[in-house]
Write a protein that binds this ligand. Structure first.
Ligand code: ADP
Ligand code: ASP
Ligand code: MG
Length: 406
């Protein structure tokens, strides 16, 4: 017997007939002998409507607490509707909202971007297991949490994806199915480029980066709770079938990929190319990477400034890369010279907090300053910060950054 968590997004429960269709798909799965937990979003755009209403009615005076209470009505309503639709098909169901004693998702007190208290949530999930063992289909409000004083909190816009993966994790589910309004994860947003292609599968690492960079199809924090042993997929509601193929999300492939610090095993060499006003000339990046690619030299990073750009390569390749890039510089009129730097250690810090935590760069660089470790280069994106320090300082720098994470 499999245990499935199925999350229905706003469009998938967008009107009465869709709710009916969704409930039927859940019941079909149940009839196959599986256990199933439903996580629902608010109907269609009702979260936006509730936000719009409260802005109009109250405006700036609205407190975050009031806002959370009001937007919660979206999921409070859809869970009741969905559960009633399941019962109408002859299977026992209970809606679970934060006012219910069995409510499992426990958070801090932040009304609009609540942080999950994983341990308490994990313990509370026992109640949901009991319901499942009684043959009941629990329909849980996505997006909502319960704070320390029993108050309603919300997990941030799009947060019902987080609810689904969190619940799947705590219940040791066999599969998390995200039901949405597209066929699955595509090569890009199909509402922006029509010819976007469906992907059969995507790794947790890729999906997380895609989501962090704005692809709405899954909330970036949802995958924090994706266990390698839990299957996960994104499918289209139109099929009315939870066994549709869609896009499978696989991995993660190692424990520390979503959050952690790693030190690359070999020294990395920085080769800096200089030239005046080089940023005004197009095609330089392509030229630089192209001449290294011809010799199959892997580039670990590239950084650019007003008058220089640096390529980071494994020390084993540095001599060859140096000669190839010298040739490139000589042949390119806006470039004048290049230099091969000393050996550096590459430390990669990956965390979903990077995008939303102000001061995170100073948090990790401050201990290095205190220990007199010089940062040779730093490259940062929305999901990773890569630091280059003298090779001899590599291990110490990694350990210091690890301390910050604790
Ligand atoms: P739901 O209400 O089911 O949670 P969302 O609107 O949050 O659905 O997410 C689905 C939307 O994500 C799609 O309608 C699509 O516009 C958008 N999207 C962005 N990037 C992608 C992508 N690479 N693949 C598929 N959908 C994408
Ligand atoms: N209903 C909430 C929102 O629109 C949560 C979600 O749909 O995931 O943001
Ligand atoms: Mg969504």
């Amino acid at each position: 017997m499999d245990l499935l968590v199925a999350k229905f997004g706003g469009t998938s429960v967008g009107d009465g007939s869709r709710i009916k269709k969704a409930a039927q798909s859940v019941v079909n799965e149940y009839m196959k002998g599986n256990q199933i937990v439903v996580v629902v979003s608010a109907v269609n755009k009702s979260t936006d409507d509730l936000i719009g209403l409260s802005d109009e009615a109250v405006g700036e005076g609205l407190t975050d607490r009031q806002r959370a209470e009001i937007v919660a009505m979206g999921e409070l309503t859809s869970a009741r509707l969905f559960s009633a639709a399941v019962e109408s098909l002859g299977v026992k169901s209970e809606y679970i909202d934060p006012y219910n004693d069995l409510w499992p998702v426990i958070t801090d007190s932040d009304p609009l971007e609540a942080k999950i208290d994983f341990k308490s949530t994990d313990v509370k999930m026992q109640g949901i297991k009991t319901l499942l063992n009684q043959g009941i289909i629990p329909v849980i409000c996505g997006f909502l949490g319960k704070g320390p004083r029993g108050e309603i909190t919300t997990l941030g816009r799009g947060g019902s994806d987080v609810s689904a993966f969190l619940i799947g994790h705590c219940l040791d589910a066999s599969e998390v199915v995200i039901v949405t309004d597209v066929e699955g994860v595509m090569s890009t947003d199909p509402n922006k480029i029509e010819s976007a292609k469906l992907l059969d599968e995507i790794t947790v690492e890729e999906m997380r980066d895609l989501a962090t960079h704005g692809a709405q199809v899954l909330h970036p924090r949802a995958l924090t709770y994706k266990d390698p042993v839990i299957s996960a997929k994104i499918i289209n509601f139109e099929h009315g079938d939870l066994s549709s193929k869609g896009t499978r999300i696989i991995g993660p492939h190692s424990d520390d990929v979503l959050k952690g610090v790693s030190l690359y095993k070999n020294p990395i060499s920085l080769i800096a190319v200089v030239g005046e006003a080089m940023l005004k000339k197009s095609g330089l990046f392509a030229g630089l990477s192209g001449c290294l690619a011809k010799e199959k030299i892997n580039i670990f990073g590239i950084s650019a400034a007003q008058n220089s750009m640096s390529a980071f390569v494994d020390k084993a390749d540095s001599n060859k890369a140096y000669h190839l890039l010298h040739q490139f510089v000589v042949e390119t009129d806006v470039l004048s010279s290049l230099s091969l730097g000393s050996d550096t250690a590459m430390i990669t810090f990956v965390s979903p907090d990077i995008i939303e935590k102000p001061g995170i760069i100073s948090d990790i660089t401050e201990p290095l300053r205190k220990n007199d470790i010089n940062i040779v280069e730093i490259i940062s994106s929305q999901t990773a910060i890569v630091l280059f320090v003298d090779w001899k300082d590599g291990e110490k720098a990694r350990d210091l950054i690890n301390e910050v994470l604790k």
